[in-house]
Design a protein around this ligand. Structure first.
Ligand code: PHE
Length: 389
């Protein structure tokens, strides 16, 4: 999907630029921390290490550790330092950490977060301060448009994910979908909308059902969905809510296939859903048992190192550091220190664990393959879905 370039010169941005030299001693002319290409690149990393969706943070951080080892062994990689902060799966905390990492820690670039609503806060701070920011995993289409030209990501976006799920459902003859949406999450709202558009364009019918992230009792949404007697249930949400929701729906949603996006991709999901008989599929960026060497090799290595099988977040954590340091190397070689964002936007052909990554698209979002995974005891590779290249 084509996106419009973001505009510069918002009053907030101008105010931030004017105020920044006072806040940031040792910053460059624009009042922001500048990487001179000689000292280490200081990377502020913001991830959900605790609370809701904590497996996302743990996996991405582990993935980054593996990438850091590989990069440090690779000739020509500039030195770098990772400064980790826990956003506790909360958007205010994500924004506060971004601000503090820029102003106090004087990081040169931000990496994070996972949930799109949290990344949005980081991107807003980065935009105001003029600091590059890259997210490993946030798929909401609007993020890199609203975040402006210094923002990017290494994952595909929800317009692709929603469409591929709609096609998957329609190809199976599932014509009526109940769509379950977390109205407190940008990820959920966006994904549900893209699914709905593509599904209806293909002749499907939808009904919409809402919950919010804080909910723990899903009986009313479960009932409303059951009353529709749909052919399938599309759950646009995170495993922390959808897992218990499916468990609570036992006896009410029986026999209905359930589809969701990458937000369901957690080693916790199969445990959370309990002994449901439901057929559950999700689209994501990586599967440890997929028949692709790059994924299998990574999975084996991750497992021997951390004692568990990696989910998509681990792969994206690995890939984000690979992409960032590839750009850092080019920025430094080009003799243009501080042109990091531009170098990121010129990323081409970086061989990630998830797929090859190219950020020369108008919204600095890669066009990548997806995989569909089935929940069957654990998360099992089901099929690959090629990117619309
Ligand atoms: N795509 C999700 C979001 O934007 C985050 C996510 C990515 C979760 C990958 C799990 C795996 O909020």
């Amino acid at each position: 999907m084509r996106t419009r370039p973001a505009r510069f010169g918002s009053p907030a941005l101008l105010a931030a630029l004017a105020a920044a030299p006072l806040l940031c001693a040792g910053c460059g002319d624009a009042g922001r921390p500048v990487w001179d290409g000689k000292g280490p690149l200081k990377v502020g990393v913001i991830l959900p290490m605790t609370q809701q969706t904590a497996t996302y943070g743990e996996e991405s951080w582990n993935g980054m550790q593996l990438a850091a080892e590989d990069l440090r062994a690779r000739e020509g990689t500039p030195a770098f330092e990772l400064v980790l902060r826990d956003d506790r799966s909360n958007k205010q905390e994500a924004g506060n950490h971004a601000k503090a990492l820029i102003e106090t820690e004087q990081v040169h670039v931000l990496v994070g977060s996972v949930a799109s609503s949290n990344t949005k806060q980081i991107f807003m701070e980065a935009r105001e301060a003029g600091v590059p920011a890259i997210t490993p995993a946030s798929t909401n289409d609007r993020l890199t448009v609203e975040g402006g030209p210094l923002t990017s990501r290494v994952c595909f976006k929800d317009s692709f994910q929603g469409r591929l799920q709609a096609e998957f459902a329609l190809a199976r003859g599932w014509k009526r979908a109940a769509v379950v949406v977390d109205k407190a999450q940008d990820y959920s709202l966006g994904l549900a909308e893209f699914f709905k558009q593509a599904y209806e364009a293909g002749g499907g019918q939808t009904s919409l059902h809402y919950y919010v992230t804080e909910d723990t009792d899903f009986s009313s949404v479960i009932e409303n969905v059951a009353t529709q007697a749909p052919d399938l249930i599309f759950v646009a949400g995170y495993y922390e809510q959808i897992g218990p929701m499916i468990r609570q729906a036992k006896g009410r949603w029986d026999g209905k296939p359930i589809l969701g996006g990458d937000g369901l991709d957690s080693p916790e999901l199969p445990k959370l859903v309990g002994d449901t008989q439901a057929e559950i599929y999700l689209s994501t960026h990586f599967a440890a048992d997929a028949p692709f060497e790059r994924m299998r090799d990574f999975a084996a290595r991750y497992k021997s190192r951390f004692g568990k099988s990696p989910g998509a977040m681990a792969a994206l954590g690995y890939d984000v550091l690979l992409v960032l340091m590839d750009a850092a190397r080019r920025a430094r070689d080009a003799g243009t220190p501080d042109q990091l964002a531009q170098a990121i936007a010129q990323t081409q052909g970086v061989e990630g664990v998830s797929d090859k990554i190219d950020l020369t698209t108008p919204d600095r979002t890669p066009i990548k393959d997806a995989v569909i995974v089935k929940v069957d005891g654990g998360l099992k590779f089901h099929q690959a879905v090629p990117a619309p290249r």
